[in-house]
Design a protein around this ligand. Structure first.
Ligand code: PMV
Length: 327
């Protein structure tokens, strides 16, 4: 039996634009997905999940088993969750050269699904690490990140960037651009997250931005401008200047709004945090609903978010220095 965990993440700056080769800055956060894998001899696959959002489900499927599990969760979330696990298992079988290996997979996640804080990337990175170790193979982080990206790419119909999977695998603060990424030193970041309890449709939001960018020069310019904001943000991190980072997060949220990916509840949470004195606040991830991230050393933003209609949960997020790891 092998257990691995991997952290969720926030985009400090740069979501959506990263899909078109612009840079992005992300931070891994101490909310983890933990995946336990045990090899089984019959080649079948059984997945148990105790996920905050999925309420817990069990799916069993082997070569002849029904592929349509009888569980009481929204079909799109179920398809997404099972798709990620299927593809992660395929990557592990491939890496270990064990095409017929079967597994019992148990997922426990502290990360809300589809909320922009990297639940699927964390599950995938942890599943690949645990399943390959269970088969006696140790992959280095670069290979785990690359295989996790291929999983997201396949499940999200080619719409995913490397941002989530790279951050979850490496931990810390990272810059991702195109096919590459690297860790960057950063000052302590007082991250506060607000969650509206919902989930945006990443595939649709990415497709909508793509279409806007093709139709309007302003949208193409906005994507490039986000890249410039990210470069400024990296300089601010380098200088240990968290206040400037906050200012740039505010600007980035405005640019993302111009691209049409914010929502009423995300805007309400962003403004609640700003009014409470946050250095900056923006949506994180695809948008449409889900989470915002704010920078605030005091408790004011978290308290204000807790009283904001439409905010279901607010919490402080510690930086996860370690990415994917045993346990
Ligand atoms: O909502 P998330 O955490 O899956 O983030 C999506 C971020 C996008 O930039 C919109 C797409 C991507 O794959 O980078």
């Amino acid at each position: 039996m092998a257990t691995s965990s991997a952290p969720g993440k926030v985009f400090l700056l740069g979501e959506h634009a990263v899909v078109y080769g612009e840079p992005a800055l992300l931070a891994a956060i101490e909310r983890r997905a933990r995946v336990t894998v045990e090899e089984r001899s019959d080649g079948g696959l059984r997945v148990d999940s105790e996920d905050l959002t999925l309420d817990g489900f069990t799916i069993e499927y082997g070569e002849d088993a029904a592929t349509d599990p009888n569980v009481d969760v929204p079909q799109n979330l179920l398809e997404a969750a099972t798709g990620y696990v299927d593809e992660a298992v395929a990557q592990a079988r491939d890496a270990a050269d064990a095409p017929n290996a079967g597994f019992e997979v148990t997922i426990e996640s502290e990360i809300p699904l589809g909320a922009g804080i990297g639940s699927s990337a964390a599950v995938v990175a942890a599943a690949i690490d645990a399943a390959t170790r269970e088969l006696g193979v140790e992959l280095d982080r670069e290979e785990i990140a690359d295989r996790a990206y291929r999983v997201e790419h396949a499940v999200q119909d080619g719409q995913a960037s490397r941002a989530d999977t790279f951050t979850s695998t490496m931990g810390g603060v990272v810059r991702v651009e195109g096919d590459g990424g690297h860790s960057i030193p950063a000052p302590e970041l007082p991250l506060v997250i607000g969650y509206d309890g919902g989930a945006g449709d990443t595939g649709k939001l990415v497709a909508d931005v793509r279409s806007l960018r093709e139709r309007y020069g302003f949208a193409a310019d906005t994507v490039e401008t986000i890249g410039d904001v990210v470069d400024e943000g990296e300089r601010a991190l380098d200088d240990g200047d968290v206040e400037t980072l906050g200012e740039l997060m505010n600007a980035d949220h405005g640019l993302l709004s111009a691209l049409g990916v914010s929502s009423r509840s995300l805007d309400a949470m962003v403004w609640a945090a700003r009014d409470a004195g946050a250095m900056g606040a923006k949506l994180t991830g695809a948008g449409g609903g889900g989470c915002i991230v704010a920078l605030d050393e005091s408790d004011e933003s978290q308290t204000a978010l807790e009283y904001t209609p439409g905010c279901e949960e607010a919490f402080r997020a510690e930086l996860a220095e370690e990415g994917v790891r045993r346990k």
